[in-house]
Design a protein around this ligand. Structure first.
Ligand code: F6R
Length: 359
């Protein structure tokens, strides 16, 4: 079933281009986004959104919040389900409660959903498994259509969750007329190019295979990014630690100088997400500060960066989301190759289960 790939995770990384096409099918139309499965009354009276999830799905939620606020102009907060449940949150019925879950069975996310329902909130789940507990419990569902994901480390499910949140942003931006027609057209155009941005080129995979050798030892990894690329940094770090058992942290690049830069030396590996279309100069100066303190830098960017020790060039420097998806693939392949080189079982990392049904 691995169809020539060494691990399911590898196969699932390569499948992303196709499954993203499936996620968009019948939903991304010529001039708008439609969700047949959604009754428009779900959004009546809604003034803000709260997203709740765990792990990788939480990172997708964080990404979605940047999009929803920036493009659809809807205030949006994101919460880790296990925190949300016990913080005695103040909930008002003008908030739409969105839960994100690949499996649809995560105990903390399911319980958070039940809590929000008891408080009278309307709910929407973004889920990969139809008829799962979370789907059954929520008022409405958008299925991510990633297909079965076997690798414990989530890849294609994350990609489709982010895509659904991007689509939902445009859908709400259209509905509430908060999205200018030219912006909508530009977003739709970029969206249609996403399957292409997710294609894995052999040369890129080979490069990451070669690079992985250098990044096996050291004090640990910082994945840094800004804006949309901060949640991607968190996700890149999570993927690496899950399957390589190396210490990795995701950090907002602008925060490094508020503490973590004290760790910088040649043994500190910094994976810098440097998109051209979003705050390039800002992230560049953050990386320059790290380089001046001798950190080893792997820069991922469409722009050549002289101070980098290693450099992975990405192509899609014309829209932040295309850069996001392309850099996502790079971080996934890096984690995969490091894990394989260490001889780990990529698909079944120690101490982890695919579905976390206990709290
Ligand atoms: C990491 C990973 C986990 C899950 C988390 C939530 O690769 O897969 O962090 O994202 O356990 O699971 P779901 O999305 O099934 O609710």
């Amino acid at each position: 079933q691995k169809e020539g790939y060494r691990f399911f995770m590898e196969k699932e990384i390569y499948e992303q281009s196709t499954v993203i096409g499936d996620t968009m099918l019948g939903r991304v139309l010529e001039d708008r986004v439609e969700f047949e499965e959604l009754d428009p009354s779900l959004f009546e009276g809604i003034r803000s959104i709260k997203i709740c999830a765990c792990g990788t799905s939480y990172h997708a939620g964080l990404t979605g919040a940047y999009l929803l606020e920036r493009l659809a102009k809807i205030p949006c907060q994101v919460e880790i389900a296990s925190e949300f449940r016990y913080k005695e949150p103040l909930l008002t019925p003008d908030t739409l409660f969105i839960v994100i879950s690949q499996s649809g069975e995560t105990a903390d996310t399911l319980e958070a959903l039940k809590m929000a329902k008891r408080a009278g909130l309307k709910s929407l789940s973004i889920c990969n498994v139809d008829n799962s507990s979370i789907v059954r419990e929520s008022d409405a569902t958008i299925l991510t259509r990633a297909g079965i994901e076997k690798g414990v480390a989530s890849t294609k499910a994350f990609a489709t969750q982010v895509m659904v949140l991007w689509m939902l942003t445009l859908y709400l931006g259209q509905k509430h007329r908060t999205l200018a027609p030219e912006t909508l057209a530009k977003e739709l155009d970029a969206m249609r190019h996403t399957p292409r941005a997710l294609l894995v080129e052999e040369k890129l995979h080979e490069k990451l295979h070669r690079l992985s050798k250098r990044y096996l030892h050291g004090h640990g990894f910082f994945f840094i990014g800004r804006d949309l690329f901060f949640p991607l940094a968190l996700e890149g770090a999570l993927k690496l630690k899950e399957i390589s058992y190396l210490h990795a942290e995701g950090y907002p690049a602008g925060e490094m100088k508020h503490g973590p830069i004290a760790l910088a030396d040649a043994e500190l590996f910094t994976i810098a997400l440097m998109p051209k279309t979003l705050l390039y100069d800002k992230i560049k100066s953050n990386v320059e500060e790290l380089s001046a303190r001798d950190a080893t830098i792997l820069a991922i960017s469409p722009e050549e960066f002289e101070l980098a020790d290693d450099f992975v060039r990405t192509k899609n420097g014309d829209h932040p989301m295309l850069e996001f998806f392309e850099m996502m693939v790079v971080t996934q392949l890096l984690a995969l190759e490091i894990s394989i080189r260490l001889g780990n079982d990529v698909d079944m990392p120690r101490n982890l289960a695919k579905s976390v049904t206990v709290e």
